[in-house]
Design a protein around this ligand. Structure first.
Ligand code: DAH
Length: 353
């Protein structure tokens, strides 16, 4: 059997490297930029002059900043090479914007809001993409201040700035770097939508940032795509990467009022592939190969059948191809699918059936 594609050997696909530096959150008129600007504008007006804003921090960070300094346990899933892109043993493409908190604290900053692209190996479907964007913020306060009250008031205010006069609720949560931790949810079109994670920054994290014990801190993190998809009615996360004017023009100059109307829905083409899996197999590697071969033409990948026989496991995976901007031809899809089968066989510990 072929050797597994493994990020443990420092493997970041070319397709991922090509996204670095695109900075959709800084492209005027792009929905992610509109949303980033709205969040930033909220912090600028709610506490004038207090927050520093960092929108161009480089996405290659040390594993120390991304995990250790934030008290992420050694066995936490986010550290696994099947989840995070390792550049080498000591560096990753940041899996969250929180990776910058300790370095910014070390620079002596007391309040900041960062925005940028983050990278995670993930499944292929309409809401997941290996690159997405987060806003992450932190504020230090003197030990006797009401940090919990300020956190709640500030983040509820943010929710209403983005969604209008909505109901909100606080749900207990867990993050390694904050305690206690919560998620803030907003009621949107009859459903509870998770808006952000937040909490009181752990003393150990503050100390790692060189912050004295006379301070406490609160922090939050928010995924821009997920919010933009519900706020602007965007049905597929791949659209954020579209350069089609029929997409982009719908957002220019409209601010948070923009609502996306699909310009057309092109047909999907489905293909199934079955294989036996061997040692070291991880389903995320199949998702990644599909993206490498078909780029944004692959819409969904799901395991539709699995069974075990004689101690071996067999999977059947359905790959859905669809382009957001035109109809795909059968020849084109057949060629992509043949290439995917070939690379599965050559690069992953599987035997095609
Ligand atoms: N980094 C977290 C994530 O990616 C989100 C988050 C939660 C950030 C709480 C924070 C925080 O700064 O305090 O899911």
């Amino acid at each position: 059997m072929a050797r597994a594609v493994s990020a443990a050997r420092g493997w970041v696909p070319e397709t991922i490297w090509r996204k670095v530096g695109t900075n959709l959150h800084l492209q005027e008129g792009h929905p992610l930029c509109t949303l980033r600007a709205a969040v930033q504008g909220y912090f600028e007006s709610s506490a004038p002059g207090e927050f520093g804003f960092f929108n161009e921090l480089h996405p290659v960070v040390s594993t120390v900043d991304c995990f250790d300094a934030l008290c992420v346990p050694r066995d936490h899933v986010s550290r696994a090479p099947s989840d995070t892109y390792y550049v080498d043993a000591g560096r990753v493409l940041r899996a969250h914007m929180t990776a910058h908190d300790v370095p910014l604290l070390r620079r002596g900053l007391k309040a900041f809001v960062n925005c940028g692209d983050v990278y995670r190996r993930d499944t292929v479907d309409r809401t997941h993409y290996p690159v997405f964007h987060q806003v992450d913020g932190l504020r230090l306060l003197r030990g006797d201040a009401d940090a919990g009250g300020e956190l709640r008031a500030t983040l509820e205010g943010l929710a209403r700035r983005l969604f209008g006069e909505v109901d909100v609720r606080w749900v207990d949560a867990y993050f390694p770097f904050t305690h206690p931790s919560w998620e803030l949810e907003v009621r949107w079109r009859g459903e509870w939508l998770e808006l952000l994670g937040c909490g009181a920054v752990r003393r150990e994290v503050l100390r790692n940032g060189g912050v004295g014990d006379e301070y406490q801190g609160w922090a939050f993190g928010l995924g821009l795509e997920r919010v933009a998809m519900v706020l602007f009615d965007i049905p597929d996360i791949r659209l954020f990467w579209s350069t089609d004017d029929r997409f982009l023009e719908q957002f220019k100059g409209r601010g948070l009022e923009a609502r996306y109307k699909p310009f057309s829905v092109y047909p999907e083409v489905c293909k199934d592939v079955s294989f036996w899996v061997g040692d070291g197999f991880h389903i995320n590697d199949v998702h990644e190969l599909a993206r490498e071969v078909a780029g944004d033409l692959v819409e969904n990948l799901s395991v539709i059948d699995r069974f075990a026989k004689d101690g071996r496991e067999s999977l059947c995976v359905r790959v859905t191809f669809r382009c957001m901007e035109r109809s795909l031809t059968h020849d084109e899809v057949n060629a992509l699918f043949a290439q995917l089968r070939q690379r599965l066989q050559n690069q992953l510990p599987v035997v095609l059936r």
